[in-house]
Design a protein around this ligand. Structure first.
Ligand code: IMP
Length: 436
């Protein structure tokens, strides 16, 4: 009857989708609890690549039921496109396998138009959002004028709510931002069609999950984005508009903390970020290209949702310790370890220097963070290719030392390391190996 939570320990894109895919094999339900189609989760199965934005990665496993929780903001057009694409590839995405919380909020074309207009208006201070309407949809939720998915089950109510919504947003779009309004009638017609197709998927998600827990089922909560994009604990204001941290899993699903078993943090063996904001260990030029890749491979560091090249840098243990604390992480998974093969040395940031002082904790004031210099411990690299490694003994000594250094410094067991994009390319570690 437990709940395990998978969390991004950095700025998103840590490889949570493939870890979810792996752990989903032992779960009964996989549930998304925050964000929307700003997320992009890539899973590779038998050489086939699945890119998912809204549907939990567990859908690839036949015996797993997937849920989109109340904490998620859902663009119905994207959800239906994903349902259709998966169905075309032979995956069962009928309402028996996929559930949508009645309390999730809907994204509309008006939210998307507002996201673009407000980013444009911010100019140089733009957040670098994915322009999926995420911020405006959560703004409406908080302002208590949002559109809940439950509306899809009542056409008359849906039409009335959409009309009020679009008229209010068009005022903003035209009067404040001076851009084109969205077409009310066209949107209403579209949403009536979405409602027809999506209403069979609606459930009361808290009740659904509670029944599952009472019947001894295991739930895996699949985090989207990452700790440093968290509205409260991330690099505000360069964050998303929800709570991707572990606490968000409880509010975003309607489950109490007594059910939580593992809180699994996923971090790359280096760091990446899309969008704006300070990034102390960021690299430029040739060293950055070495970590990012050229874009020739689907796993290179280019956004799954936007295609933007990701900013990259060395692993930052000051960040990791912040993630361990705010999420209560019980263990860590290190992804993309194979990318570090071939480097002669690998710097790892263990503290920040700020105005002659060493900071041990991640500063919440971005002006301080922007002025922090990383303090590095330089570890020896390894030259061997490690993509075939499956056990601790298969890894070169220096790769083992790298993992042990992370585990000991951050005081957390590392339970897996990924060494390639394929489902099998995982080194599973006994917690006893890396326990500090
Ligand atoms: P929004 O979530 O589209 O509002 O974007 C806010 C910030 O979060 C921007 O810096 C985005 O690039 C970033 N972001 C949102 N979703 C993801 C994700 O899944 N991975 C990485 N960054 C993301």
């Amino acid at each position: 009857m437990p709940l395990d939570i998978i969390i991004g320990a950095q700025w998103g894109d840590e490889g949570k989708g493939r870890i979810t895919d792996l752990l989903a094999a032992q779960a009964d339900i996989v549930a998304r609890y925050s964000g929307g189609d700003n997320a992009g989760h890539t899973v590779t199965v038998a050489g086939e690549i699945f890119k998912l934005h809204l549907i939990p990665s567990g859908i690839i496993h036949e015996g797993v039921t997937c849920l989109i929780g109340n904490g998620v903001v859902v663009n119905p057009a994207v959800l239906l496109k994903e349902i259709d694409a998966l169905t075309a590839r032979g995956v069962d995405v009928t309402p028996s396998r996929l559930k949508l919380s009645r309390n999730a909020h809907l994204i509309t074309p008006a939210h998307i138009a507002l996201d673009a207009a407000s980013e444009q208006a911010r100019g140089k201070a733009a957040i670098g959002t994915t322009k999926r309407g995420i911020g405006p949809a959560y703004t409406d939720k908080t302002a208590r004028v949002g559109l809940r998915a439950g509306l899809l089950a009542d056409e008359a109510y849906l039409i009335e709510a959409l009309r009020t919504h679009i008229q209010a947003k068009n005022e903003l779009l035209t009067r404040i931002y001076g851009v084109e309004p969205v077409a009310e009638t066209a949107v209403i017609t579209q949403y009536i069609e979405y409602a027809r197709r999506l209403s069979p998927y609606l459930v009361d998600s808290s009740v659904f999950l509670d029944n599952a827990l009472r019947n001894g089922r295991t739930i895996l909560a699949e985090g989207a984005q990452g700790t440093f994009l968290d509205l409260d604990h991330g690099t505000y204001p360069f964050v998303t508009s929800s709570n991707p941290i572990a606490g968000g899993a409880l509010t975003g699903l309607g489950i109490g903390p007594k059910h939580v078993r593992h809180v699994i943090g996923v971090t790359k063996a280096f760091t990446s970020r899309v969008g704006s904001g300070p990034f102390p260990t960021e690299l430029e030029g040739e060293p950055a290209l070495r970590l990012r890749g050229t874009g020739a491979n689907p796993w290179d560091e280019y956004g799954t949702t936007t295609g933007r090249p990701r900013r990259v840098g060395w692993l930052d243990l000051v960040m990791l310790q912040h993630a361990i604390r705010v999420n209560g992480l019980t263990e860590l998974v290190l992804t993309k370890l194979d990318i570090l093969s071939g480097l002669s040395e690998i710097p790892v940031c263990t503290a920040y220097e700020y105005k002659g002082q060493q900071l041990k904790h991640y500063p919440s004031d971005l002006r301080i963070l922007a002025d922090c210099q990383p303090v590095y411990t330089v570890l020896p690299g390894w030259q061997e290719e490690i993509t075939q490694a499956r056990e601790w003994a298969d890894l070169p000594e220096n790769a083992r030392q790298y993992i042990l250094f992370v585990a000991k410094t951050a005081e957390i067991p590392v339970t897996m390391a990924s060494v390639g994009p394929g489902r099998q390319q995982i080194v599973t570690l006994s917690p006893a190996i890396t326990r500090h």
